[in-house]
Design a binder for this molecule. Structure first.
Ligand code: AMP
Length: 198
C-alpha cells in the first residue's frame, strides 16, 4: 500500500485554491476536502448543520471551531482519507491547527506540507466578483468579499508563519494559467520529496 501525502492548501479567498486542490489531490491520489464545500452542501440541503452555519457564512465570518473541528474529524475518519488528504480551507485559526495536530498525532500521523497560494488583493477581489456573477454565490457581494479578506488577513495569514517555523511551507505564485500553477505546486512538493501517485 502506498502512503499518500497529508497536505494543506492555504490562500486568500479567490486565490484559486479550490481549483488547485482538485488537481493536486487527483495527482497525489488523495481526497480533496473543503470545509467551505461541506458547509455549502449542508446549507443547500437545509440540514441542521446548514441551518446553524448559514447566517455566519453569509456574513463572511468564521464558523466556530467546535463545529468546524467536528466536521473535519468526521471526514478524516472516513476510509478514503486514511493514507492522506488535501485539506482546503482548514485549518483557519490557531485553535483549528492545535486540533488537527492532536487528531493526526492520535493516529501517529503528521502533516507533510502546506501549500501557500499567493495572490494580490485586487486580483482576488475581481476574481471573486466575477465568480459571484457566474455562480450566483450569495456569500460573494463586494462588501462580504472585503470582509472575508480582512478576516483571512487577521485570522489565517498568521498561521503561515507558524507552518513556516515547522519547515512545512511550499509558497507558490497563484497568478497565471491553471496548469502553470498546478505545475509550480507539483515542483514545490517534489522538492520536498513528495511525489505524485503512480
Ligand atoms: P471557503 O469556500 O473555504 O472560503 O469557505 C466559505 C465559508 O465557510 C467561509 O467564509 C466561512 O464562513 C466558512 N468556513 C469554511 N472553512 C472554515 C474554517 N476552517 N473555519 C471556519 N469557517 C470556515
Amino acid at each position: 500500500m502506498t502512503t499518500g501525502a497529508r497536505l494543506l492548501i492555504v490562500g486568500p479567498p479567490g486565490s484559486g485554491k479550490g481549483t488547485q486542490a482538485q488537481f493536486i489531490a487527483d495527482r497525489y491520489g488523495v481526497p480533496a476536502i473543503s470545509t467551505g464545500d461541506i458547509f455549502r452542501a449542508n446549507i443547500k440541503n437545509e440540514t441542521p448543520l446548514g441551518l446553524e452555519v448559514k447566517a455566519i457564512t453569509a456574513r463572511g465570518e468564521y464558523v466556530p471551531d467546535e463545529i468546524t473541528n467536528r466536521i473535519v474529524a468526521d471526514r478524516l475518519a472516513e476510509a478514503d482519507a486514511a493514507n492522506g488528504f488535501l485539506l482546503d480551507g482548514y485549518p483557519r485559526t490557531t485553535g483549528q491547527v492545535a486540533f488537527l495536530d492532536e487528531l493526526l498525532a492520535a493516529s501517529g500521523a503528521r502533516l507533510d506540507a502546506v501549500i501557500q497560494l499567493e495572490a494580490e488583493t485586487d486580483e482576488v477581489v475581481s476574481r471573486l466578483l466575477k465568480r459571484a456573477v457566474e455562480q450566483g454565490r450569495s456569500d460573494d457581494s463586494e462588501e462580504v468579499i472585503r470582509h472575508r479578506l480582512d478576516v483571512y488577513a487577521s485570522e489565517t495569514a498568521p498561521l503561515l508563519s507558524l507552518f513556516g517555523e515547522r519547515g512545512l511551507l511550499v509558497a507558490v505564485d497563484g497568478l497565471g494559467a491553471i496548469d502553470d500553477v498546478t505545475a509550480r505546486i507539483s515542483e514545490g512538493l517534489a522538492e520536498r520529496g513528495i511525489r505524485a501517485a503512480e
